[in-house]
Design a protein around this ligand. Structure first.
Ligand SMILES: [Zn+2]
Length: 144
């Protein structure tokens, strides 16, 4: 990134250049750390807003409805995961047809905001129960 900027000091400045995003490392933050540490123990960890009671997965630090900081973490019942939506990938990055199509599903949990993208196998359809087979990131689920 260059330091070439436009605008007036003291107001919003803009930098023009290409950001080499792949060269940076980002931390997952306190809520992300809770979530990923949970996965290591085969748990799905969400965060619960103390004001409105909403639960978010993956855990996040602020409630987007109340704008308050969230510091309560809760374990989500992973047995209640279901397929919210999905997509099927037929080609690789270069356009070559894959030997087997790849299913990517968004799983959600009842009364929980947010969801998790996972690789899926089985009879993938919207609303179907999803069993988490592997807690390595990205998760893998089997759909009944
Ligand atoms: Zn809230």
């Amino acid at each position: 990134m260059s330091w070439e900027k436009s605008g007036k000091e003291g107001s919003l400045l803009r930098w023009y250049d290409i950001m080499e995003a792949e060269k940076y490392e980002y931390t997952v933050g306190p809520a992300g750390e809770q979530f990923f540490n949970g996965l290591k123990q085969s748990k799905i960890v969400g965060s619960k807003c103390s004001k409105c009671g909403r639960i978010y997965v993956p855990a996040r630090s602020y409630c987007e409805h109340c704008f308050v900081k969230i510091e309560n973490y809760v374990e989500i019942n992973k047995d209640e995961a279901y397929v919210d939506s999905y997509t099927i990938i037929y080609n690789d990055d270069e356009g070559n047809k894959l030997a087997q199509p790849v299913y990517i599903v968004l799983i959600r949990f009842p009364n929980v905001e947010g969801g998790l993208l996972c690789y899926a196998e089985g009879n993938v359809k919207v609303g179907a129960k999803a069993k988490i087979m592997n807690f390595q990131w990205p998760l893998r689920v089997k759909v009944d």
